[in-house]
Each structure stands twice: as structure tokens, then as C-alpha cells.
Ligand binder design. Structure first.
Ligand code: MG
Length: 397
């Protein structure tokens, strides 16, 4: 395996008692997806991050799988690891879990900061070239007061603290892997409030780099209000495009068809250059159409023997990557399969899951439907299967 240079650890093992009812905040919905899915995607889609390990509570495996959905199939995502009692224990366990991988750098990030942006991540990694550690942080602009003892309910000012030396620490906090591993082991039993404090205790040189004002930590129930506003702004920075795809494959003698990535036993198979998955071909064309990238044949010419018999997932993955290259997101896909037989209904859920895994999006963003043509036309005569698809894609304005 290729050496992993930089691994991100996302700490998601907290119980989130401060965020009120509704369970741990990292699994609560923010718009159409869970907080942890937004956070994970920021790192999974980052070009400087080679792998992502998420630390979860041992009781949260089901919640984790539901929240992550199609992201679970992301090739950069490592299996989750159960955390410890306190955050510091969870991070140490997470860092120790990477010992065999021995990356050069590790970035540690709170799951409850879903608005981390790609540039802040890149700044932290860049600073690791010259420092033992680097953290995203913001200088203080407010005047800072230290409160003294008060006789009544109100605090009294004891002093005004010079603010020019003060920064607010955010995450990610990045470190040289071997150094932070040693620092966390040495810090066991001491209570330190962040990983930079663990590094400081080990006399590591830790740089402050610019974080982002949007990189808020969802701590209390009230924070979801601000998070919704930030999410709406993020959504408003995107424009939405729709693409359409259509494909037909004829039947020939066989014993199964492959549709939307699922093999269905049948007394025929679909004839074609690749695996003849008409559903996946229509969807691939729909996504390519939404971003103006031509069609499947432009990217995988049927005249080229290297694509003979290839799984159609290769085509769909290519369309996904072209969307990602534009910093876009596939927001919804709708596929209609048109045939008299085989029966599609029993396989729909599996098809949605298969497509979601390739596209690395939640199952809920995929719809697969089937219809007949009332025994009319070529599909009605059972000569082949037709598929139509629509894809919606968000791309930056
Ligand atoms: Mg085709």
C-alpha cells in the first residue's frame, strides 16, 4: 500500500450532554445530513488528506452507520475506532490506532465543527513542514476582562487583559505523528483541554495559523440555530444544475441481468460492450449532462477494447470524480427502469445502496423506480430494457 502521509482523526465519541435532548450532537441533522457527515466529507474530499479515522462511542455504531450513509464506502475512510471516557483518551486511542500506518502527519478535528473549510485544513498542513504542530486559531478582537469575586449575582471586573497575545483555538490541530503519539502517552492522567496543550506539555513547537470564523463548534442546543444560518449561506453559494440520461440494452440468452449495480436472476442477460447496466449508464449520462461533460461514449469510447466487459461502476465513478473536481455535490438522482421483467421492486433498496456507495452520497439522495410500457413497444415485447435518469448537481457559483 502507498504510504499515507497525512491522516485526519475526527473525534466523535462525546455524549454531547450540553446540546440537550436528541442524542449526541454529531449525529443530529443539519439540513439534509448529519453533522458528522458534513465534517467527514470536508476531510474525505480534501486533496491533502490521505485517510480519515473517526473515533466514536461504542454505543454509537448504528447511529454512525446511519449518519454516514454512502460516505461509508469512501476509499479514504478507515473503519471507526471506539473512543475512551474523556476526549483526551479518545484522541490518544485514535492516534495509537494509526501506529501501524505511521503517517508523517496527523490532524485532529472535532466532529462538532462541520464548517471547516478546505483552505484552513491546507494552512494547518502547510505549517507542519516547518513546525512540530500547527492549529487553526483566530486572534481575539474583543476586549478581554478578567472577572473577580462578586458579592451579588453579577461578576465584577478585576482587570482588563491585553488581548494582542490572545488567540481562540479551533480545530483541526495538526502534528508530526510520532511526536504527538509520544506526547499523548506522556499526558495520560493529566487533564488538558486540547491537543495543542498536550503538545505544549511535551515542549513541541506549535504554530498558530488562521482558522475561519465559520468554523464554529456546535456545543449547545442553541448553536444549531447559527449552524442552520451558516448552512443556508453555504447552500446559497451553489447553483443547481440538472442533467438527463437515457439508455437501452437488448436482451440475449443468459441467466441474470445487472441493473443499478445489482445482479438479478433472469432467463436473459443484457447485451452490451460493458456489463450493459442500462440504469447505471443512464445515471452516468445524467450526471455528465448536469456538468456539461458530454456523455459516457466521450469518456469511454466503445471502440476502445480496454472498456470491454468493464463494470459500469467505473463509468459512474468517473462522473462522480468530474463533479468533485468542480467542488460540486450530487444532491439527488432519480432512475426509472422500464421493463416487463424481471421484477425490480424487491431490489430497489439494494440498488439505491449500490449507487449511493459509488457516488459516496447518502442512500436518501437516490431514488430507483420501475415501470412497464403496458406491453407496448420493444420493452413491452420483452426485447430489452430502457432506463431514464435525472441527476441534480450543486456547483459553486
Ligand atoms: Mg449503455
Amino acid at each position: 500500500m502507498e504510504k499515507l502521509e497525512t491522516i485526519a482523526i475526527i473525534v466523535a465519541a462525546g455524549r454531547g450532554a450540553r446540546a440537550g435532548a436528541g442524542g449526541p450532537k454529531q449525529y443530529r441533522m443539519l439540513g439534509q445530513r448529519a453533522v458528522i457527515a458534513w465534517t467527514a466529507e470536508a476531510f474525505l474530499s480534501h486533496g491533502d488528506i490521505d485517510a480519515v479515522r473517526i473515533i466514536i462511542h461504542r454505543d454509537d455504531h448504528n447511529a454512525y452507520e446511519t449518519a454516514m450513509g454512502g460516505l461509508l464506502a469512501h476509499p479514504k475512510l478507515m473503519p471507526p475506532v471506539d473512543g475512551g471516557v474523556e476526549r483526551q483518551d479518545s484522541v490518544r486511542i485514535g492516534v495509537e490506532s494509526l501506529e501501524a500506518d505511521a503517517p508523517a502527519y496527523v490532524l485532529i478535528h472535532d466532529a462538532a465543527r462541520p464548517f471547516i473549510d478546505a483552505l484552513a485544513i491546507a494552512r494547518v498542513i502547510a505549517a507542519l513542514q516547518t513546525h512540530d504542530g500547527a492549529i487553526a486559531a483566530l486572534p481575539m478582537h474583543d476586549t478581554i476582562k478578567r472577572a473577580g469575586k462578586s458579592a451579588g449575582a453579577d461578576a465584577l471586573i478585576e482587570a482588563t487583559v491585553p488581548r494582542n497575545e490572545l488567540w481562540r483555538a479551533q480545530t483541526p490541530q495538526g502534528f508530526h505523528f510520532d511526536k504527538i503519539l509520544g506526547a499523548h502517552r506522556a499526558a495520560q492522567g493529566k487533564v488538558l483541554t486540547d491537543d495543542a496543550a498536550v503538545a505544549e506539555a511535551a515542549h513541541m513547537r506549535v504554530a498558530l495559523v488562521a482558522g475561519s470564523p465559520d468554523n464554529m463548534k456546535i456545543t449547545q442546543a442553541e448553536d444549531f440555530g447559527m449552524a442552520e444560518i451558516l448552512l443556508r449561506r453555504k447552500v446559497n453559494e451553489m447553483e443547481y444544475r440538472t442533467g438527463h440520461g437515457f439508455d437501452v440494452h437488448a436482451f440475449e440468452d443468459g441467466n441474470a441481468v445487472i441493473l443499478c449495480g445489482v445482479e438479478i436472476p433472469h432467463d436473459k442477460k443484457l447485451k452490451g460492450h460493458s456489463d450493459a447496466d442500462a440504469g447505471m449508464h443512464a445515471l452516468t449520462d445524467a450526471i455528465l449532462g448536469a456538468i456539461g461533460e458530454g456523455d459516457i461514449g466521450d469518456h469511454f469510447p466503445p471502440s476502445d477494447p480496454q472498456w470491454k466487459g468493464v463494470a459500469s461502476s467505473v463509468f459512474l465513478a468517473k462522473a462522480r470524480d468530474l463533479v468533485a473536481e468542480r467542488a460540486g455535490r450530487i444532491t439527488h438522482c432519480d432512475v426509472t427502469l422500464i421493463c416487463e421483467a424481471p421484477k425490480i421492486g424487491p431490489h430497489r433498496e439494494k440498488m439505491c445502496a449500490a449507487l449511493a456507495a459509488i457516488l459516496r452520497i447518502e442512500n436518501s439522495r437516490i431514488s430507483v423506480k420501475a415501470t412497464t410500457t403496458e406491453q407496448l413497444g420493444f420493452t413491452g415485447r420483452r426485447e430489452g430494457i430502457a432506463a431514464m435518469a435525472t441527476a441534480s448537481v450543486a456547483v459553486p457559483v
